[in-house]
Design a protein around this ligand. Sequence first.
Ligand code: UD1
Length: 424
Amino acid sequence: MDSIRIQGGRPLKGEIRIGGAKNAALPLMAAALLTDKPLVLRNMPRLADIATMGQLLAQHGVAIDLAEPADGVSGRVATLNAAGVDNTTAPYDIVRKMRASVLVLGPLLARFGRARVSLPGGCAIGTRPVDLHLKGLEQLGAEIELNQGYIVATAPNGLIGADVVFPFVSVGATENLLTAAALAKGTTRLRNAAREPEVSDLAECLVAMGAKIEGIGTDTLTIDGVEALHGADHEVPPDRIETGSLAMAAAATGGDVTLLGARPDMLEQVFRTMGQAGAVLDVEPDRVRVRCPRVVGVDVMTEPYPGFPTDLQAQMMAMLTRAEGASMITESIFENRFMHVPELTRMGANINLHSRSAMVRGVRRLTGAEVMATDLRASVSLVIAGLVAEGETIVNRVYHLDRGYERLEHKLAACGAQIERVSR
Ligand code: UD1
């Protein structure tokens, strides 16, 4: 199993190119199931989760072709053709690896009138049920049963538009309902919909495929179902979470890094909070330069977009471990997303947990240690801590990292970090 070995204490300096967004690419890939015409997705990141979604779609019968980009710098070009889908079951073996597999439910049900998708089960950061996905689809006329660990959904006469009010914001439920409603009969209104940029991007792609959607970017999406969708050619936006993670790594090490091919407009709240914590950010439409002469304590609360993302909470905490003063970090999205705290503490951080809040009192130094990654974002927070710590840090279980960060150690090494992957 691979580990990452880091000799800390060097400021990051240089330029890093941001890859395509994993969380945008996954629902876009699932949307290919909605049509029998090819969907071309550009700037696809090379990540384990993308490969898993490819595997899932392939076993449904989707033909996938991957090509290198003409410009040599952006991500790969995937052409997905779901003309030959012959299997509407998403098996446990794949779904258990990645919860986002549940995103095939809406498209399969809408186009084929049936789907059998394994229940994803729990994961390291909480129970993460899919009740909102299922209730919403039932409101569109689906009949849903749970049978032997599988969601068995049918809509023999097709889905029918309805008013769906989400009791709280869910990115995945909004995406599943959006794709399902695109082919439903009549009008669907999704209220209290997620406004995450990845949801808007999916909606834009669906529009390019012939869907009728209004209110993109707001919390009310109105979808007029159409008979059929066609193919499209769509570019995956840059990954805002990778951008934020690397910006925090640059700031935590007191470095000077320019992140290229980014979309700073998707990170306004993050950059505001980093600014309050002492970072200096020079923002241009497609790049951001990050410096940070000193880190000061700041309070952070995770919230649905446009608030501070839960997917950057662990990285922000790593940055604040050496701040002057204290920070209060409150996690409002997931009930168990502080798995990185004991590991950061082993490196010398001073963190006290009180229910959903963590009090981080800045310390003068962190020291390297052997630590264990527990989930995707926790693992990158340990890498950030390793970059600022004195001595050697070894981050184990880096398969979590590979799910969502492309060539992270190469990108950091190119900015002067002493970091390498070791196979043990
Ligand atoms: C997506 C992101 C993930 C991010 C999360 C929150 C992808 C592939 N993943 O996950 O990286 O951390 O948004 O920004 O895009 N919930 C329910 N019932 C449901 C659905 C959700 O109770 O049916 C709860 C969840 O347990 C969680 C909260 O709602 O506490 C938000 O989850 P949701 O927005 O659905 O997250 P995901 O779409 O799974």
